[in-house]
Ligand binder design. Structure first.
Ligand code: CP
Ligand code: NVA
Length: 316
């Protein structure tokens, strides 16, 4: 029996290896049921309130359709409508939504807002992306890696993350650290992952035997990699930095030359949305070794598993 019932999902650092494995096992089961068109209404009549302060395609649609497939309801509250922290305090929104919904999902800028929401809510709070972390993405990503490379081979894999030391990178670090995977991050000087995340994920890695390395050279990271992962250089909210970053990150582009250094059977991953011609060239992201749409699809199955476990559905 998993211990996820009634918990928040704010950071992968807070999850045990067992809890991550429980999420993956249920994701695989739900994926099979979905493919076989078997009913799986584990959250019948349950509800999810979703707050989006930033745009979203995958997160919003996977949680909304996922909740519906589980027999429940999801409602979308955009920032204009709810005014989190502006029209009303974060605490009052959290307390009010807790009276209606069985869980709250939030996508916001400051990570502190996610923590504050969880502090005042008495239903599970799910981090749908903050400037610091994107845990639901990284869980779906490693579920995809396992599907493609096999569970037993996990500890022998090398994942290269090339680009900005951002929210996605931080969550990949926490997940790799728990799962015992080798992760080499190549970021330009000054754009490495945040010191607080490095410290915590390195401590987790020490406990699990994972190796996490941070370098400033994409060549070192890509050599003999099984997985090459990148994300946009300018994240949501950093639009004004896009021009500067395009110059500073130029040599960190994932292109045909760079992926030649990886293993012949490497896979290319990207959380999407992508900017072809910036962090990745079209031939790589649209090539045969790209699994970006499998990743996107797996957001649905993994999100459904997270919801079922946190809300204590049939398998919770
Ligand atoms: N990867 C991801 O979270 O996509 P969206 O921003 O479209 O939700
Ligand atoms: N780092 C990106 C991820 C988008 C899913 C952003 O925060 O915009």
């Amino acid at each position: 029996m998993t211990k996820l019932k009634n918990k928040d999902l704010i950071s992968i650092h807070d999850l045990s290896l067992q809890e991550i494995e429980d999420i993956f096992a249920l994701s695989a089961d739900l994926k099979k049921k979905q493919q076989n068109q078997e009913k799986h209404e584990y959250l019948w009549a349950k509800s999810l309130a979703m707050i989006f302060e930033k745009p979203s395609t995958r997160t919003r649609v996977s949680f909304e359709i996922g909740m519906w497939q589980l027999g429940g309801l999801a409602i979308n509250l955009d920032q204009e409508a709810i005014g989190l922290g502006e029209r009303e305090s974060v605490g009052d929104v959290a307390k009010t939504l807790s009276r209606y919904a069985d869980a709250i999902l939030v996508r916001t800028f400051e990570h502190a807002k996610v923590i504050e929401l969880a502090k005042y809510a008495n239903v599970p709070v799910i981090n749908g992306l903050s400037d610091l972390l994107h845990p639901c993405q990284a869980l779906a990503d490693f579920f995809t890696v396992i599907e493609k490379k096999g569970k037993d081979n996990l500890k022998n894999l090398k994942m290269a993350y090339i680009g900005d030391g951002n929210n996605v990178c931080h969550s990949l670090m926490f997940a790799a650290a728990k799962l015992g995977i080798k992760l080499v991050i190549a970021a330009p000087k000054g754009y490495e992952p945040k010191a607080e995340i490095v410290k915590t994920s390195f401590a987790d890695a020490k406990a699990s035997g994972a190796e996490i390395e941070i370098v400033n050279d994409p060549v070192i990271a890509s050599e003999h990699a099984d997985v090459i992962y990148t994300d946009v250089w300018a994240s949501m909210g950093q639009e004004r930095q896009r021009k500067t970053k395009n110059v500073k990150f130029k040599t960190f582009q994932v292109n045909a030359e760079l992926v030649k250094l990886a293993k012949p059977d490497y896979i290319f991953m990207h959380c999407l949305p992508a900017h072809r011609g910036e962090e990745v060239t079209a031939d790589v992201i649209d090539g045969t070794q790209s699994v970006v749409f499998d990743q996107a699809e797996n957001r649905l199955h993994v999100q459904k598993a997270i919801l079922t476990l946190l809300l204590g559905g049939n398998n919770g």
